[in-house]
Design a protein around this ligand. Structure first.
Ligand code: ADP
Length: 219
């Protein structure tokens, strides 16, 4: 079997990981695996895990590594990941990056894309972000879908995430610096890190990511 296309997409909250992964998933034909989406779905569906993590998500804290690692391991049992996956929001700590290596075995992470964005832009993007509770489509507060509250993709409710409120944004950026920023050095040391300027229009960012993947023979 040919090697799996395993792409880790890193970047601060609001850097554009979700938007880019949705676009790249279509280009590459591998699923977009977002631990944030998986956890939010669990909260929405009031599963045992959802009830356990709801207040953690709302406060912008990280869910414990073992739980998230288990969710990702289970996701990699699904047939649609046989060709690879775009990982968004995972790994988020060094312990998770090590767990990911274990889960994937020899056919591991091929490239890690970091979307660089300044903090001021992050705060602005997050506070104006609205999301569909059903399909995860992302809108801005000025979009008609956000104003009407109805997603044009699936008819789901378009809402502001509790963790996109100002206090939680501040908290999440602190958690990012403390726990997730060290992953840049982790992947750089393995020669897997590519930095892309996330402060450009989405099409340009996608094109630069696809170029980086092609240059490295990933896809
Ligand atoms: P963002 O990157 O904008 O914070 P995500 O959708 O990736 O949004 O994550 C939302 C929340 O889900 C996080 O603040 C955290 O509580 C939880 N979460 C998502 N991924 C992880 C992870 N890999 N480890 C721990 N918690 C996570």
């Amino acid at each position: 079997m040919s090697a799996r296309v395993i792409v880790v997409v890193l970047g601060k909250q609001g850097a554009g990981k979700g938007t880019q992964c949705k676009r790249l998933a279509q280009h590459l034909g591998v699923p977009h695996v977002s631990t944030g989406d998986i956890l939010r779905a669990a909260v929405r569906d009031r599963t045992t895990i959802g009830l356990e993590v709801a207040s953690i998500l709302e406060a912008g804290q990280l869910v414990n590594d073992d739980l998230v690692n288990r969710l990702v391991e289970e996701r990699f049992n699904d047939a649609d990941t046989a060709g690879g996956a775009l990982l968004d929001g995972f790994p988020r700590t060094e312990a998770q990056a090590e767990a990911l290596d274990q889960i994937l075995g020899d056919d591991g992470v091929k490239i890690c894309i970091n979307l660089d964005v300044p903090n001021a832009l992050v705060a602005e993007r997050l506070s104006s972000r609205r999301v569909c509770q059903e399909c995860g489509a992302i809108y801005r507060d000025s979009d008609i879908e956000a104003i009407s509250g109805t997603c044009t993709n699936c008819g789901g409710d378009v809402v502001q995430r509790a963790d996109d409120m100002p206090d939680a944004i501040h908290q999440r950026l602190e958690v990012y610096e403390r726990d997730t920023a060290p992953l840049l050095a982790f992947y750089e040391a393995r020669g897997l890190l590519v930095r892309i300027d996330g402060d450009q229009d989405p099409q340009t960012v996608t094109a630069e990511i696809l170029d980086a993947l092609a240059e490295r023979g990933v896809a």
